[in-house]
Design a protein around this ligand. Structure first.
Ligand SMILES: Nc1ncnc2c1ncn2[C@@H]1O[C@H](COP(=O)(O)OP(=O)(O)O)[C@@H](O)[C@H]1O
Ligand SMILES: [Mg+2]
Length: 377
């Protein structure tokens, strides 16, 4: 998969950006606060996911712009496609998205059409942050391999909200206890799908992560990653039928209803799952050094990119925001090797911090405007 043309105007500080990226390597060079991250965020927007560094949709529009418009043409290995994404200030910032000329209302079709893996320094949060960060990571990665999976993730969140609101009503005596059970069948169905998807993904990615980590540390440290389902063990998840699992899930909800009513929310379920990360047998988030956390996050992302390529035979576009300067030569090499056949965008302040092993195009970002350098790397 590669982007052939990209333009953005009015998105954050980007001003009439319009360029044809190299099919392999693109370096975006510029001082701080010029718009390099904004450009990668504009590209990331095309995946239909939320900003990779946590921006809210209302923050996309440039301070003084009346609208923003991003347009991207990309080749997905079979055909060329086009995404347009715009937002106008005057219309309550309502967004307008089209895929190949057809207007779309939900971003799900973008997510299925265009695949990207982004790395940024904030990714260490994936390791040291809350379990929710790791659950979201598992869900996004798994759904990219299983289109349609997103509907279960969304349903799960919605049903859980409804059940929790229901629990509150029961506590206040507005509805009967038995009403809680009405949600349980649907919640179990979504919960089982989500946990199976997560388990499958982690089973596939675990050996890759362990191998990559072995390379990074020269075999001196051992990384183990595993999926801890809050509702049943991995063996059962992989071997029981969906019907059997759904019944187990329903039983679990039923058995904990009293606890739920005490707490005021649903205590048991996939909303409590964890992606366990151990280095030499100890949880990285508790005992890992900053460097070990960074390497673990890098390895999770690299394995994600590698797995896509392997499974979908369509390599994702790679966005590396401000990470190269932080990686030593060994990690840079590993990164290049893993994303070898993929289109890569790298932002950095000075090209000198980079050990390049391939050719590509250089661009300079200055005050939101992108200028192509005539020289190639
Ligand atoms: N909504 C916005 N409208 C216009 N400019 C913005 C907006 N949000 C952020 N900026 C500007 O974008 C710049 C930061 O861009 P960023 O891409 O993070 O820089 P870089 O990655 O090059 O360091 C800052 O100058 C900031 O003022
Ligand atoms: Mg930046």
């Amino acid at each position: 998969m590669h982007i052939t043309e990209f333009s953005a105007d009015g998105f954050r500080n980007l001003h009439q950006v319009n360029f044809a990226p190299d099919q392999r390597l693109n370096l975006i060079i510029g001082d701080n606060a010029q718009g390099k991250t904004n450009l990668l965020d504009a590209i990331w927007l095309m995946t239909g996911c939320r900003s990779f560094h946590g921006l809210k949709e209302r923050h996309y529009l440039g301070f003084t712009a009346d609208y923003f418009q991003c347009r991207m043409r990309f080749h997905d290995g079979r055909r060329e496609q086009e995404i347009k994404y715009s937002q106008e200030r005057s219309q309550q910032r309502k967004r307008k998205i089209s895929l190949n000329g057809v207007e779309i209302l939900k971003t799900g079709s973008l997510f299925e059409a265009f695949h990207c893996v982004a790395f940024s320094p904030a990714d260490t949060e994936l390791v040291s942050g809350t379990p929710e960060k790791r659950r979201t990571f598992m869900d996004l990665c798994a759904c990219q391999l299983h289109p349609g999976g997103m509907q279960y993730v969304s349903r799960m969140a919605l049903l859980l909200q409804q059940r929790n609101a229901g629990l509150q009503k029961i506590i206040k005596g507005r509805i009967g206890k038995e009403t809680a059970l009405l949600w349980d069948a649907q919640l179990s169905d979504a919960g089982v799908h989500v946990s199976q998807m997560r388990a499958n993904y982690i089973q596939q990615i675990a050996p890759l992560c362990e191998e990559l980590y072995h390379v990074i540390t020269g075999g001196t440290e051992k990384l183990e990653i595993s999926y801890r389902s809050a509702f049943c063990d991995i063996d059962a998840l992989m071997h029981l039928s969906q019907e059997e699992l759904k019944l187990l899930y329903q039983d679990m909800l039923k058995a904990h209803l009293a606890e739920d009513l005490k707490a005021g929310y649903t205590c048991k379920g996939v909303q409590r799952d964890e992606l366990q990360l151990l280095i030499d047998g100890r949880p990285v988030h508790l005992f890992g050094s900053q460097g070990q956390k960074k390497s673990t996050a890098l390895v999770l992302k690299l394995a994600q990119a590698h797995l896509y390529n392997q499974k979908l035979k369509r390599s994702p576009v790679i966005l590396l925001d401000d990470v190269m300067g932080e990686l030593d030569e060994q990690r840079q090499k590993l990164l290049y090797r893993t994303v070898e056949d993929m289109q890569v965008f790298i932002t950095l302040c000075h090209a000198s911090s980079l050990r390049l092993e391939r050719s590509g195009k250089i661009f300079q970002m200055k005050k939101g405007t992108l200028r192509a350098f005539s020289s190639r790397v």
